[in-house]
Design a protein around this ligand. Structure first.
Ligand code: FES
Ligand SMILES: [Fe+2]
Length: 466
């Protein structure tokens, strides 16, 4: 809690706070037409405990490695990160590795990252090359995966030239988000994304650009990190500084097909755990502490008489996000200008909806380790249609002994992730020490987590898939 104003308001008892109908009531106050897709969609998924072994067991991790990871669409990066021929990202997932590269024809392809001579990984990291040349003996491919040359060709006459084309992995994109899938029979990415492209159609993600990209290893199972962003209930205990402007326990949770869920957390409203917060305080705190409004200078704005903080910040975002994108946002709802509307794409990617302040999370296992994962966070901006795409921000890797707040490009989000870090490693420790042997989920507020596990079970062939 910000000490400067601690005495301004009162923390209520935690027992009863929260009203998931708040968001729908806020929509009734919108002055522009409200998109139909913002209405609730949660059929309920039961209350059974989940065994901790889903997070702690090596065997469960191997089952995921065999049955889930090879069959799902996974987010690799944004197209603007690889704008030129030869630009590539290396996507490692458990024991598999893919080079996702832009060819000299502009097409983005995925190549299994393994030399057709004796198997060395062709690339060990992101970068740009003129050709794909194996560092070991020099077998060489062009940027479309066509074989070019080898050393001592006289000694490889037994190899058919056609068999030397680099094997490809499926790569498909939506609105600049590039995904891979190892399964030739998987549905297209558009089909897999379910209603997401329809829900996101006005948000100009095809004109998005990576403004910040930070990566850090987290010592926990990948699902522990993923699930830290699937409920807002932990705000009071973990992120108290955002309670003044975050309807944390008022969030709406929605589920679509197997691969998609979302949470909608009203912003610019006094959080349900607090009493007596002034609207001026809501405004200043959301600017300074949310990390995703169009301005972060809380002292630069004064709330006009009779105007709510929610309305003010919505109008500020309308103006500044609109200017950045060169877009007319006059018909945008306040909800889509400021609320935390966060979609999860199974298994491991989350994208914030709306006209600005969009964050992307991705969590993958750390190699073959089941108690360590790699967390990527991106912040996306927009550019006008009559401007060239600005260069994407370069990846910053935060080392294991550094906090997220050492990455200034994350702004106020850095300290928020550091607060999450105070839980995640200890989730892994505590689950292993559990006498109960199970985790219990809130019936509603943690329904996205249950949905995540139900879909996982379908891939793993466990449970009844219901
Ligand atoms: S392993 Fe690649 S050229 Fe020999
Ligand atoms: Fe958190």
């Amino acid at each position: 809690m910000n000490k400067r104003h601690e005495s301004e308001f009162v923390l209520k008892p935690q027992d009863e706070a929260g009203d998931p109908t708040l968001f729908q009531r806020l929509l009734k106050q919108e002055k522009v037409p409200v998109p139909d897709f913002l209405k609730p969609n949660n059929p309920g998924f039961g209350n059974e405990d989940l065994p901790v072994t889903r997070y702690t067991s090596r065997d469960f991790h191997r089952l995921e490695a065999e049955r889930m990871w090879p069959r799902t669409w996974q987010f690799v990066g944004r197209a603007e990160q690889i704008p030129n021929a030869g630009d590539h990202l290396v996507y490692d997932i458990i024991d598999r590795s893919v080079i996702v590269m832009r060819g000299d024809d502009g097409v983005i392809r995925g190549f299994h990252n393994s030399c057709l001579h004796r198997g060395r990984a062709l690339r060990t990291g992101d970068g740009c090359v003129g050709k794909l040349k194996c560092p070991y003996h020099g077998f060489t491919w062009n940027l479309r995966g066509g074989f070019e040359s080898m050393p001592c060709a006289w000694d490889f006459k037994h190899l058919e030239r056609e068999s030397l084309e680099l094997p490809q992995v499926r790569v498909e994109s939506w609105a600049g988000f590039v995904f891979v899938n190892f399964d030739a029979d998987a549905p297209s990415i558009i089909e897999y994304l379910d209603v997401l492209p329809e829900h996101f159609k006005d948000y100009l993600f095809e004109r998005a650009v990576v403004l910040a990209h930070v990566r850090r290893r987290i010592p926990c199972n990948w699902k522990v990190a993923q699930e830290a962003f699937m409920e807002s209930m932990h705000t009071r205990a973990t992120h108290p500084q955002i309670m003044t402007f975050t309807g944390c326990a008022d969030s709406q949770y929605d589920m679509y097909g197997d691969h998609l869920s979302r949470s909608v957390t009203p912003m610019g409203v006094v959080g349900p755990h607090l009493d007596g917060v002034s609207e001026a305080r809501v405004l200043r705190d959301i600017l300074e502490e949310s990390g995703r409004m169009a301005d972060s200078d809380g002292d630069a704005h004064t709330l006009p008489e009779g105007m709510s903080a929610r309305e003010y910040i919505g109008e500020l975002n309308r103006k500044l996000f609109g200017a950045a994108a060169g877009a007319d946002l006059s018909q945008a709802t306040l909800a889509e200008l400021e609320d935390a509307i966060l979609y999860s794409i199974f298994p491991n990617t989350q994208i914030w909806a709306g006209f600005g302040g969009n964050i992307v999370y991705r969590v993958i296992p750390d190699g073959d380790a089941h108690e360590s994962c790699i967390f990527d966070v991106m912040i996306l901006g927009r550019y006008p249609s009559d401007s060239p795409c600005p260069p994407a921000a370069r990846l910053k890797v935060v080392s294991d002994d550094e906090p997220f707040s050492s990455a200034p490009e994350l702004g106020a989000l850095g300290p928020v992730f550091d607060q999450d870090m105070r839980n995640l490693p200890y989730m892994q420790k505590g689950m292993k020490a559990s006498a109960k042997g199970a985790v219990s989920l809130a019936n509603y507020q943690e329904s996205r987590i249950r949905h995540h596990h139900l879909t996982l079970d379908k891939y793993l062939g466990l449970g009844d898939g219901k």
